[in-house]
Design a binder for this molecule. Structure first.
Ligand code: HEM
Length: 535
């Protein structure tokens, strides 16, 4: 509870009044006299909240594509939402008019909880440009080439974990991503159990998930004085949580950063995003301010993950994406395992390709990648089949715009419906099916579509800066797993196969619903290679 019920009632009344006034204003046509994009008629105060699936809004928006088209306007909590359902429209707006479409919706509680520095939430401006410059420097394509050793090294560790404890595969996948993300960001080796940094991040995210809910944000925005009441005040747990969150956020910023600085001074630091960025510091500039940006950029990559859904999804959506690189990548790998269990013929075809190219006496590495087109097609297909962020991350307009005769209001929250794009039946017939063959041209070569340019990594000036790292680490993991294990349905105590369903969690970043499976080592030779690695 944010406060005693009387506070909440008063707040809710005030909030409702404000929303009603916002609704009256919103009913007007645009200043230019142009209509807004089509969409379902909003109800007073709550707008279209009741029309949208709470748990899977992308399905509602995809269904509306048939009725309203590729550009839809929705009203929610007193705000304009513009839904983009096609890649062509997204490119026309977010890529080609990026001066208008590169900001983010404001999250009023981010400062109160001490995470306003997170790149994902920054509005477009000089600070964001500086963050992006550092990201570009550390994560651009040729940096990802340098990091390949880390991806392979960590993939081998993942194989060993799967061999020793196949049941715990989800934990091992998360450990694999966490180790890579911490390795490329800080050159830090995550401890397999009870890593202090990972524990701090987990506690912080736990508070943020509750604290930055949309309902709480709406109340705190309507009554900002609530943020000033003392922490000891009865019912003010939210204030105590915020103080704790600010302390943890500071630790998340400082502790691993100081680890790198100490390593640099001692000459022991490995190459990492932070050590690279520190080399870029402008000696003549404000050193402290520059260091703060480096800390913020680094902490953005691995701040945590969220699991909750929200009735009014806009604000919690950001809590979920406070984590830039972690949840997206682990969700994608989890879905790969599911696809391999459900589509054994696809798995067998990939393994035949790997056998033919690599044989069985060694494990694959990046030099083999061009010779393994079917594995490449699996990578593309797993990102399409289960887009980890089905609504990407919302953009916001900085000025009013006119497109196709419609007015797009200033400050609108622009949602990219990646799900609709991945289910485009003209481009992907039987789109729900996992079929890597769809990524081959009739002459048998891979299509020219570039994964790095895929809608699932976003658009324009906010496109995912971690996409080079993501596609390389995911490739390293899937090719290593395919080369080593047959992934099968697990058997129950009665010896019968346990059924696995093609089901995903609802919520705004999607994961497969937990399922059991078996990892059977493909040969004694492979098992020996793995066991030799431990020795
Ligand atoms: C499968 C893996 C991944 C997927 C699907 C993914 C997807 C996305 C998407 C859709 C966005 C928003 C783009 C937009 O607003 O138009 C984004 C932003 C971002 N991603 Fe990723 N991402 C992945 C992995 C990573 C990794 C590994 C990192 C870092 C190492 C990373 C760092 C970031 C950052 C910092 C942003 C915020 C950029 C900004 O707001 O300007 N991502 N990502």
């Amino acid at each position: 509870m944010l406060m005693d019920t009387s506070w909440v009632t008063a707040s809710a009344f005030g909030g409702a009044t404000a929303l009603f006034l916002a609704f009256l204003v919103a009913r007007r046509r645009s200043q230019a006299g142009l209509p807004y994009p089509p969409g379902p008629k909003p109800l007073p105060v709550i707008g279209n909240a009741l029309h949208i699936s709470i748990t899977e809004p992308w399905l509602t928006y995809t269904a509306w594509k048939k009725i309203y088209g590729n550009l839809i306007r929705v009203r929610l909590i007193g705000m304009d939402f513009i839904i983009i359902n096609s890649e062509k429209t997204a490119r026309a707006l977010l890529d080609q008019r990026s001066t208008v479409y590169s900001s983010r919706p404001v999250v009023p509680t981010s400062k109160f909880y001490g995470v306003e520095w997170n790149t994902v939430m920054l509005p477009y401006g000089p600070e964001l440009r500086f963050h992006r410059k550092l990201f570009h420097h550390a994560l651009r394509a040729d940096s990802s080439l340098r990091q390949r050793e880390i991806y392979l090294h960590r993939s081998r560790a993942l194989l060993l974990n799967l061999l020793k404890d196949p049941e715990g595969f989800v934990v091992h996948i998360k450990g694999f991503i966490a180790a890579i993300v911490m390795g490329i960001t800080y050159g830090y080796e995550v401890q397999t159990e009870n890593d202090p940094y990972v524990s701090t991040v987990a506690e912080l995210v736990g508070i943020l998930e509750k604290g930055m809910s949309s309902e709480r944000a709406a109340i705190l925005s309507a009554f900002p004085f609530l943020t000033q009441i003392p922490a000891w005040f009865p019912g003010a747990k939210f204030k105590r949580d915020a103080l704790r969150s600010r302390k943890l956020a500071q630790e998340v910023l400082d502790v691993p950063f100081e680890f790198v600085k100490t390593g640099i001074a001692a000459g022991t630091a490995s190459q990492s995003l932070v050590s690279d960025c520190l080399k870029q510091v402008d000696e003549g500039g404000d050193g402290e301010a520059q260091e703060f940006v480096i800390k913020a950029v680094a902490a953005t990559v691995f701040i945590g993950e969220g699991h909750h859904t929200s009735s009014l999804h806009r604000l919690q959506y950001f809590t979920r994406h406070l984590t830039a690189g972690f949840e997206t990548s682990s969700s994608t790998l989890h879905a790969f395992i599911l696809a391999m269990v459900l589509y054994p013929k696809v798995q067998a075809k990939a393994q035949a390709e790997i056998n033919a190219v690599i044989g069985s006496t060694r494990l694959p590495d990046f030099e083999d990648r061009p010779s393994l087109p079917y594995v490449e097609a699996i990578l593309r297909e797993m990102l399409r089949w289960n887009p980890a962020l089905p609504l990407a991350i919302p953009h916001a307009t900085s000025t009013e715009d006119v497109f196709d005769g419609y007015c797009i209001p200033k400050g609108a929250c622009v949602m990219i419906n990646v799900w609709a794009m991945s289910r485009d039946e003209d481009k992907y017939p039987n789109a729900d099916e996992f079929r890597p063959e769809r990524h081959f041209a009739p002459d048998g070569s891979l299509t020219s579509d570039s994964l790095l340019n895929d809608p699932l990594f976003g658009f324009g000036r906010r496109i995912c800066p971690g996409r080079f790292a993501a596609e390389s680490m995911l490739w390293a993991a899937i090719v290593s797993i395919l080369a080593t294990f047959r992934i099968e349905k697990a058997k129950g105590a009665d010896g019968l196969e346990i059924d696995v369903k093609e089901q995903f969690t609802t919520g705004l970043a999607i994961h497969p619903v937990p399922f059991r499976c078996a990892f059977v080592c493909r040969s004694a030779q492979k098992e020996n290679i793995l066991r030799d690695m431990t020795g």
